[in-house]
Design a protein around this ligand. Structure first.
Ligand code: ADP
Ligand code: MG
Length: 270
């Protein structure tokens, strides 16, 4: 990976520690705002979100329906543009990049895992894993793709088509695909939402393993407190703002927190 230039090397002394952290953050949001519509109809989906996620960590994002999780993911992944604030990916500010640069950056530096797998049915498993490199115009590293497939337990299935695999197997392919470029961050949107409990745990174990053994950084939106308990840290969103976090979460603590957030009427003071 190319060395990253520190974008803001001359901050005043009091903030050294903070900016030192920035240099190591896989992703950082500063005062990110995003609203939809105008006038009285305006919906403030994100009201000023500040956070930094360290490299090599697994983070869950949770919150009631409509709290801004999808908007957060889209803004953080460069799929949507915030109305205000900045997003830094590996220390690089991406908020103001041209559409072209942003597309290139997404292809090489961000991995995606979706609830519905989103594999291309006409390509083989191996070709699906190589697709991000192909789209990014990078050399297609077949050896690496086979290695990743072996790591997700699909070493024998490289020549199959997605339609010949179970849902859990398809999601494993998607995880291998998300990791192929060695991205700064992998974003997973309800990656276990379409899977049964046992298969979901296998997929979560693989994401956990990618973080622990490959140094990947994973951010996952989920509704499931058990899924969240596989992560290092849970961030809670409510009404477009961060509403607390849990480190080393256990399912019960996560569930309790979700009940409290959901019970609070939207728009009520915290
Ligand atoms: P979540 O993923 O937590 O359910 P979202 O980020 O999807 O929340 O939505 C946050 C708020 O923004 C909701 O009130 C939603 O209705 C609104 N919203 C999201 N996307 C749009 C859009 N494209 N147009 C208008 N409103 C939107
Ligand atoms: Mg959503």
């Amino acid at each position: 990976m190319a060395p990253r230039r520190d974008r803001r090397p001359t901050e005043h002394a009091g903030q050294t520690e903070q900016y030192g952290r920035l240099a190591h953050a896989a992703i950082e949001l500063r005062a990110v705002r995003r609203s939809y519509g105008r006038g009285a109809e305006t919906v403030h989906a994100l009201r000023g979100v500040d956070l930094a996620l360290e490299r090599g960590t697994f983070t869950a994002v949770m919150g009631p329906s409509g709290s801004g999780k999808s908007t957060f993911l889209q803004c953080a992944a460069g799929l949507d543009r915030p109305d205000g604030g900045e997003v830094y990916l590996g220390g690089e500010e991406i908020t103001r990049l041209s559409e072209n640069r942003l597309t290139k950056l997404r292809r090489s530096r961000i991995g995606f895992v979706f609830q519905s797998f989103n594999l291309l049915p006409s390509l083989t498993v191996l070709q699906n894993v190589l697709l991000p490199q192909r789209l990014a115009g990078e050399r297609q590293d077949r050896g690496r793709a086979r290695e990743l497939l072996a790591q997700v337990g699909l070493g024998e299935h490289a020549g199959r088509r997605p339609g010949q695999l179970s849902g859990g197997q398809q999601q494993r392919v998607a995880i291998a695909r998300a990791l192929i470029t060695g991205p700064d961050v992998v974003f997973a949107d309800e990656p276990t939402g379409a899977l049964d409990t046992r298969t979901a745990h296998e997929v979560l174990g693989l994401l956990r393993n990618a973080v622990d053994t490959m140094g990947a950084t994973v951010v996952m939106v989920t509704h499931d407190p058990v899924a969240a308990s596989f992560t290092d840290r849970v961030l809670f969103l409510a009404d477009g703002a961060l509403a607390g976090e849990l480190h080393h979460p256990d399912p019960q603590a996560v569930a309790d927190r979700m009940v409290r957030l959901t019970a609070r009427p939207v728009g009520a003071a915290a």
